[in-house]
Write a protein that binds this ligand. Structure first.
Ligand code: PGA
Length: 137
């Protein structure tokens, strides 16, 4: 099953944790991939989620998730960006969002859009697709 990618810059991590807690029922058992520090923060506050962590964003994690988009392994991207602080890895963030646009991956950069994404039926469709693949339909 394709993964949902969750990332937040430092000043937005509390917002992402709150978002995940609010939507924990939907996210339960859904495969999630996070950049390193974001994943750690979510794991500390939301037990029971299925989270894989790649490297921290500034150390290449954004690029790892971008590569997964190119490989067709990501169904959606929720990335709470910090719009007020320049980042040393700005180019990585831009590359990741460029790939999400290129491959037409649903992408939310703030909580209100993320709420729309998660309530759109995307995760349910992914689950159904993977069940069909398993049963050969
Ligand atoms: P982090 O990376 O989850 O390791 O903090 C996020 C980012 O800054 O891209």
């Amino acid at each position: 099953m394709r993964q949902l990618a969750l990332i937040a810059h430092d000043s937005r991590k509390d917002d992402l944790v709150a978002f995940v807690v609010r939507h924990a029922a939907l996210l339960q058992d859904f495969p999630i991939v996070c950049t390193g520090t974001t994943g750690l923060r979510i794991l500390e506050s939301s037990a029971g989620l299925q989270i894989e962590r790649v490297r921290s964003g500034p150390l290449g994690g954004d690029q790892q998730i971008g590569a997964r988009i190119a490989e067709g392994r990501i169904c959606g991207l929720i990335f709470f960006i910090d719009p007020l602080t320049p980042m040393p890895h700005d180019v990585d963030v831009k590359a990741l969002t460029r790939l999400a646009a290129l491959y037409d991956i649903p992408m939310a950069l703030n909580p209100s859009t993320a709420a729309m994404l998660i309530s759109s039926g995307l995760l349910e469709r992914e689950r159904a697709l993977s069940q069909d693949a398993e049963t050969g339909q």
